[in-house]
Design a protein around this ligand. Structure first.
Ligand SMILES: [Ca+2]
Ligand SMILES: [Ca+2]
Ligand SMILES: [Ca+2]
Length: 403
């Protein structure tokens, strides 16, 4: 009796619907086909016109890269756990440009993507990659580091769906020296996409990385990452409100910058220029000799209410002529920031080619940047990330540990 119930449960818990009729369908209203029932293993892509729904409180398994293809939809209900086989970079979830994901958990029933290992470790699997059609300054048709999927375009309001209360644990494996997963990777994701209450936990590369795009997110957390807690490049112009990053407590476990921010490494001047608005941010280091924030290669930014604490290196390290010029022009801004570090609070570096003398404009921009950072630090009393977000991260760690 118990076995029967279990079988029935399996049938219910992985349902792919398509709009195309089967030959034997007599209802005329579209058919429903059920596929891939092998212990809840998701073993193929969600194709154009298909919707795959992962049902509430069920556990699924992935052993390979799963693509939500253009025109496909993946719905994930609250309390779903997706266990990835702990074999490194090959299992991941990638949402192609033009595809949709609706992963909407709750605080009591988040959606958790994790490793199937008995003793999980960072980099056990890949991560979640969203690709969209919003502007990217590396071109209109960029190839993602993972999955060779294309992203980038001209649709600022592009909509990839919604991620809410979604956790990625133990992901971020490196594929090769050029290609790395992160916990969450946002490639050219547009502002029609909703991101809220996301957490990257103990991932191998960055917790979250933005490659261009316009997406806005709120209540974003990274706890423990072997590279940066948060990272952006290629012209991200969206925002992050309420954002909390904490390195591994054990410094021997690694961790680079709290935030590593670029516009474009190849050409610092490419547009759209990275210029996200980051508000209510706390970055906590573990004493390693790394920067709280490294802002470089022409990136802009609008930082307000920021707490940087516990990093062994420079608090705010801003580098490159074009980043300094934006601060001097008032396009890149610092407001209400505190820095507590074992090293110096900040450095300002023009990063001119070797042998080049700075111009009067360069020197004026450097002076203006020093003044802007000093003003942001002086007399400031930032509160950083809300306590509720820190509480949320601890609740999620308890849930991950209990799996
Ligand atoms: Ca990365
Ligand atoms: Ca990085
Ligand atoms: Ca980077």
């Amino acid at each position: 009796m118990k076995l029967l119930k279990y079988s029935f449960f399996l049938l219910l818990s992985l349902v792919i619907t398509t709009s195309c009729d089967d030959d034997d369908d007599s209802s005329g209203g579209g058919s429903e086909c059920i596929e891939n029932l092998d212990g809840n293993l998701i073993c193929r892509n969600i194709r154009d016109g298909e919707t795959l729904t992962l049902l509430e409180d069920s556990t699924y398994r992935i052993e390979q890269g799963i693509f939500v293809e253009e025109g496909g939809t993946l719905i994930i209900q609250p309390g779903v756990v997706v266990e990835a086989q702990a074999i490194g970079s090959s299992p991941f979830l990638l949402v192609e440009a033009g595809a949709t994901i609706r992963a909407i958990g709750t605080r009591a029933k988040p959606i958790i993507f994790t490793s199937d290992a008995d003793t999980p470790r960072p980099g056990d699997w890949g991560g979640i990659i969203l690709n969209g059609l919003a502007p990217v300054n590396a071109g209109d048709d960029v190839v993602a580091e993972v999955g060779d999927a294309r992203y980038g375009g001209s649709d600022e309001e592009d909509d990839s769906g919604e991620l809410r209360y979604v956790i990625v644990a133990y992901g971020g494996d490196q594929i090769n020296s050029e290609k790395e997963h992160n916990g969450f990777t946002f490639n050219g994701v547009g502002s029609g996409t909703e991101l809220a209450w996301l957490m990257a936990y103990e991932c191998s590369d960055d917790g979250m990385e933005w490659f261009g795009g316009t997406v806005e997110g709120s209540n974003l957390v990274t706890v423990g990452s072997e590279d940066d807690l948060f990272d952006w490049t290629f012209g991200w112009t969206g925002s992050a409100t309420n954002i909390y990053g904490k390195q591994f407590e054990d410094a021997n476990r690694g961790g680079d910058r709290g935030i590593e921010a670029d516009n474009n490494e190849t050409n610092n001047a490419l547009t759209p220029v990275s210029s996200p608005t980051i508000s209510n941010l706390t970055l906590l280091g573990n004493g390693r000799d790394v920067s709280g924030m490294k802002l470089r290669r022409g990136t802009g930014f609008k930082f307000s209410n920021v707490v940087i604490d516990g990093f062994g290196g420079i608090g705010i390290d801003i580098e490159s002529e074009l980043s300094l010029a934006q601060v001097a022009d008032g396009d890149a801004t610092f407001e209400n920031i505190s820095v507590d570090t074992d090293s110096i609070d900040f450095t300002v570096n023009l990063s001119l080619p070797e042998g080049t003398e700075p111009s009067e404009d360069n020197l004026a921009d450097s002076t203006a940047t020093v003044e802007a950072i000093e003003t942001a630090l002086e007399g400031s009393e930032p509160t950083g990330a809300p306590q509720d977000l820190i509480d949320f991260s601890e609740e999620m760690i308890d849930l991950i540990d209990a799996l």
